[in-house]
Design a binder for this molecule. Structure first.
Ligand code: CO
Length: 469
């Protein structure tokens, strides 16, 4: 047998898998009973924080995301914890000042994160620099992710050049982030080979099963030298999530890439999550639509999550019959907007604009605030120039377009934010929750206070009963 090159596995069940399949609704209580078992598996890392989990914890689950992270850290004694971080957007949808980005990275690492996967929706590397530097300063592992997409501009030379710059920037590893499942097996071979020629740092491939090719893509990528793959334990795998962990472990068993992971332990973990899947299917939280193969994603290069967003936007407007038209409009808007990858937040911006272009009956008759921002350069630089006519129609004649790194124009924000929310602050991290989601965080802080008062009242009540006066 050839020289051993054990493949590393990053488990996504606690972040991407439930974000992709059950709208990020898994609670900390649902996670905790199994993490001791997960900690014994020998995963390269467990992705468990960031992405949409932060917003969803505060907004829907009424949980403090920082408290979740501390509990996970306490349970995972041997396993690296990974989070997903949207560059200068952090975990929100706008650009923040450097001081907020730096403080967020510092607190994420202080509370237990080992690996920070950092990406930008336009692949504008200037938007990643502050976060990468901050992670390195805190002795964290900065992994930079390239948002994978298709289009004339996205040649192998483009990806190689980007990878080189990422390595030079100080990233400890590189991720190919294929959020829509667009990377087909033969292209994975080419891409991984090209990147391996370009950089020394380990390469991680992250894909989704949306278009049905993901496990074949992993096979080819690993054979081409990919070091790490992202998988989800079987009850929360496939569909818009990742390939199943057990399947990939089995597929490479006995080969030079043997992961060495124990199927018995994985089976116990799967047994734990299976009832949660059944429950989610019964309640409708997990929709069978996200579980099948969606070939539209290859036709229109639209990520799975974006497809379901488009359906619900059209439903709200009572215009569901326009679905096909909107799907055809998405690639056109994407071209007008400089052909960006479609990933949060560019996917929402392009998707919403495509809906407006179709339902209003005239392209760019109605233009969202976010579309204007994008066309003004406020999210950074796209790989291709914007369509001049479209830009003019959306912005008018006398709008100034930014060409510098957008955050260079944002003054420090922390001190002001801290002042604004001082009355709610119970821990330093609350400042960051508020910085990203002021309204949602305020509601959460009020809820938290009300709960604490309830507990205090109950405690006082018990005391009164125990020691009648
Ligand atoms: Co993903």
């Amino acid at each position: 047998m050839a020289e051993k090159k054990p493949l590393k596995i990053t488990e996504t069940i606690l972040r991407d898998a439930h974000q992709s399949l059950i709208a990020t609704r898994m609670t900390t209580e649902q996670m905790l009973p199994i993490i001791d078992k997960m900690d014994q598996v020998g995963y390269h890392a467990v992705e468990c924080w960031g992405g949409a989990t932060f917003d969803a914890s505060l907004r829907f689950l009424k949980e403090d995301p920082w408290e979740r992270l501390r509990k996970l850290r306490a349970g995972f004694k041997n396993t690296k914890l990974q989070m997903l971080f949207r560059g200068q957007n952090i975990l929100g949808y706008n650009h923040y000042a450097d001081d907020v980005v730096e403080y967020f990275v510092q607190k994420s690492i202080a509370n237990g994160i080992d690996i920070i996967r950092i990406f930008d929706c336009l692949n504008d590397l200037r938007n990643l620099k502050t976060a990468v530097n901050a992670a390195n300063k805190e002795n964290g592992h900065a992994q930079v992710a390239l948002s994978y997409t298709l289009g004339d501009a996205y040649t192998l030379d483009y990806w190689k050049e980007m990878a080189k710059q990422i390595e030079d920037m100080g990233a400890k590893s590189l991720c190919i982030k294929d959020m829509a499942g667009l990377l087909v097996p033969a292209k994975a071979t080419e891409l991984v080979q090209a990147l391996k020629e370009s950089v020394e740092i380990p390469i991680d491939l992250h894909t989704h099963y949306t278009s049905g090719v993901a496990s074949m893509t992993y096979m080819k990528a690993v054979e081409a030298g990919c070091d790490i793959i992202d998988t989800a334990i079987s009850p929360f795998s496939m569909g818009t999530s990742q390939p199943a962990t057990e399947v990939m472990v089995e597929a490479f068993k006995g080969t030079e890439y043997d992961t060495g992971l124990d199927q018995n332990k994985l089976a116990e973990i799967a047994d734990y999550f299976r009832p949660m899947r059944e429950e989610a299917l019964a309640s409708g939280l997990m929709n069978t639509k996200v579980l099948g193969v969606n070939i539209q994603t290859l036709r229109y290069q639209v990520p799975g999550g974006m497809l379901s967003n488009l359906v619900s936007q059209l439903k709200e407007m009572g215009q569901e019959d326009k679905y096909e038209q909107v799907l055809e409009e998405v690639p056109r808007v994407r071209k007008d907007f400089g052909e960006p990858p479609l990933v949060t937040p560019s996917s929402q911006i392009v998707g919403t604009q495509a809906v407006l272009n179709v339902v209003s009956g005239e392209r760019y008759k109605m233009v969202t605030k976010e579309s204007k921002k994008l066309l003004s350069g406020e999210f950074g630089q796209t790989v291709k120039p914007f369509d001049k006519e479209v830009q003019k129609k959306c912005l008018g004649d006398d709008v100034e377009v930014i060409t510098c790194r957008p955050a260079d124009l944002i003054k420090p924000q922390l001190a002001e934010i801290e002042k604004e929310m001082a009355q709610y602050k119970q821990q330093d991290e609350d400042v960051l929750s508020y910085a990203l989601f002021p309204q949602v965080a305020t509601e959460f802080f009020k809820y938290r206070e009300a709960q604490q008062n309830k507990v205090d009242a109950a405690a006082a009540d018990t005391e009164n009963k125990a020691y009648p006066v």
